[in-house]
Design a protein around this ligand. Sequence first.
Ligand SMILES: C[S@@+](CC[C@H](N)C(=O)[O-])C[C@H]1O[C@@H](n2cnc3c(N)ncnc32)[C@H](O)[C@@H]1O
Length: 367
Amino acid sequence: MATKQSLHMNPGQGETSYARNSIVQKTEQDRMKNLINEAILGICGLTGTSLPKSMAIADLGCSSGPNALTLVSATVDTIYRHYVQHSQPLPEVSVFLNDLPDNDFNSVATSLATLKHIHEDLADPVVITGMIPGSFYERLFPCGSLHFVCSSNSLHWLSKAPEDLKEGRIPMYDMDEHLRLSRRAVVANAYACQFRKDFTQFLRLRAQELVPGGRMVVSLYGRCSHNPTSKSNQAWQVVTVALNDMASRGIIDKEKLDSFYVPLYAPLENEVNEIINDEGSFVINKMLMRNPFSGMDDALVSPKIIALAIRAVFESTIILHFGSSQEIMDEFAMTVERNLSSRSGWRAVLAAEYPLVLLCLSLTKVI
Ligand SMILES: C[S@@+](CC[C@H](N)C(=O)[O-])C[C@H]1O[C@@H](n2cnc3c(N)ncnc32)[C@H](O)[C@@H]1O
């Protein structure tokens, strides 16, 4: 029996693959390395005495391509450096990569195999690797088995689009501007509620899986509470605006657009804070907020590059709803690119109209 495909980033190594179109996400992963370093030192203790003999780490929402290994490689490096510095025998490290079942795990398996051999210059490095297909909104690991969890650019994906909107036939993005504005608060509220449920569940499950004092470093798209334009703004409008444009030209069906929901929510940083405090299993060591494009030069983030990156992320979601068509996806990428390049100073326009930030959190499980 054929099963319905789930969300996945574009597989393989081709021109439209996530592997080749994820430079913005990779930049965020590189920025997370300092927090990972601090977290590992926190787990090992700063003195070097009674270091754990084995450690288990997991990246949740790893996707495929080079990014799948970035965070776990950095973590293993930090662990080994710490043990070598304290002249301790290396611990056995178990490394797990998780994503939804339709992720390109074939290519993850190939890259994961290389991780076992990166540290061959050191004495007896034992790295045990595993892939864990499944949703991070479900239990993935045995109780008290993990020391460290990381996750980059993933937790803004919800377990599902809000049922209330679907049942009430309230579109995520009304083509009619008047209706869209009048329903904006209802739509935003429904998404915020779904995020609260999902993120609470994520924290509860990870608290069960981590050892006492275990750490997490996670990054997700969010909005800044102090920026008034981000209060009411719908994240990922860049996707719906392009689809709306295509519907108005008859390329996709208008009625289908009305029932299209992107299961994503970019929370205000206050909401994230509040949910973590209400759930109660973790303390926040640090929360950083960054412009996703800061530090990237224009050659790396042109409208074309952004359009390809958006296609690599959203293609499976769009195809699941509108049906598989290379022409529709080519047109989608061209429309996103055209919408961005038609404005002078598109970087400023992007920041003003889609005021997303990347929230990066370092958390410790309360003992
Ligand atoms: C934009 S990619 C980020 C990939 C990689 N971590 C990075 O930073 O480049 C988001 C990933 O989260 C995964 N994802 C979304 N919801 C998930 C869930 N409920 N459980 C596990 N993975 C999920 C997606 O399949 C996708 O591979």
